[in-house]
Design a binder for this molecule. Structure first.
Ligand code: MN
Length: 288
């Protein structure tokens, strides 16, 4: 397993100075920095190459996280919107290839956050499957894992459980398309988190970690030893990436619904200390 974090632990907008965060996560001891995939389209080839070189120098990997906007929904009833989504995600994967980022992770079977104004789940499912088949082929050609994130009922009506994702992946039938399980979402939807991980098995391409309130792993009550054991049982060797959201404010605070200071007044140094301790906790729980 390789351990990482999303940069947005430290930001209030969905963007950041990724060179700064690459060095920071390396200093803390992570193997992976997760960034916002949409930002790659704003970066020049030179910027992508520089970030790639820095990550290689530091010996870290970069995963790319996306919640596509509604105008780029690959499951939309509007064919023009679906095509815009396919073009958008294809362009992102081409930029990822230049950056040597090999995991695209998120809700790339629809848009996020969902507005629940079209509740025909089966129709959105079928349209999404057709789009993801095309995108999976492109991902496969580029050597990218296209990891579909299963999220809770308040964020989508399409994939809420591992069991649903297993069926979706069967329908897509493409090796480069995998599943992303996130402990925060699983805690709401799965009967048993460890069993869900074992059910995903080799189709699991990426994992997100957070407590039930999205605090740092180790601060809450999720069954981390059981989760770690299940990941070892399936021989999971890919990215295990924290997505802690502990401070209020900005677009991140609004999108994630952080309405109180979960960090309990942590200053910058304390924030770094807390995530460093959480990484040590997760390594211990997961490596057995
Ligand atoms: Mn997640």
């Amino acid at each position: 397993m390789k351990f990482g974090t999303l940069y947005a632990y430290w930001t209030h907008e969905w963007t950041g100075d990724y060179k700064h965060f690459a060095k920071k996560v390396k200093d803390i001891g992570f193997d992976i920095l997760e960034i916002s995939a949409g930002d790659l389209l704003k970066m020049s080839d030179t910027e992508l190459t520089e970030l790639k070189a820095l990550a290689a120098d530091l010996g870290i990997e970069i995963s790319s996280n996306i919640g596509p906007p509604k105008s780029k929904d690959v499951a939309s009833a509007d064919p023009a919107v679906r095509q815009a989504g396919i073009t958008f995600l294809t362009d992102i994967m081409k930029a990822m290839d230049k950056l040597d980022s090999r995991a695209l992770v998120g809700v790339m079977y629809t848009y996020w956050p969902n507005e629940f104004d079209d509740l025909d789940k089966q129709a959105a499912w079928d349209r999404g499957v057709q789009s993801v088949k095309q995108l999976g082929k492109i991902a496969g050609d580029l050597g990218i894992d296209y990891c579909l994130e299963v999220v809770n009922r308040f964020e989508t009506n399409i994939l809420n459980t591992c069991e649903e994702a297993v069926q979706y992946l069967k329908d897509v039938d493409c090796d480069s398309v995998k599943m992303l399980l996130d402990t925060f979402h699983m805690n709401i939807e799965e009967d048993n988190m460890a069993d869900a991980i074992r059910l995903a098995g080799s189709s699991l391409g990426h994992v997100h970690l957070g407590e039930g309130n999205r605090n740092l792993p180790g601060q809450g009550s999720l069954p981390w030893n059981d989760i770690g054991k299940a990941l070892r049982d399936i021989g999971f060797s890919k990215g295990v990436v924290m997505e802690p959201f502990v401070t209020m404010g900005g677009t991140v605070g609004e999108d994630i619904k952080v309405w109180r200071d979960i960090s309990r007044g942590a200053d910058a140094a304390q924030m770094d200390k807390n995530i460093s301790e959480s990484l040590a906790f997760v390594r211990k729980a997961f490596l057995g």
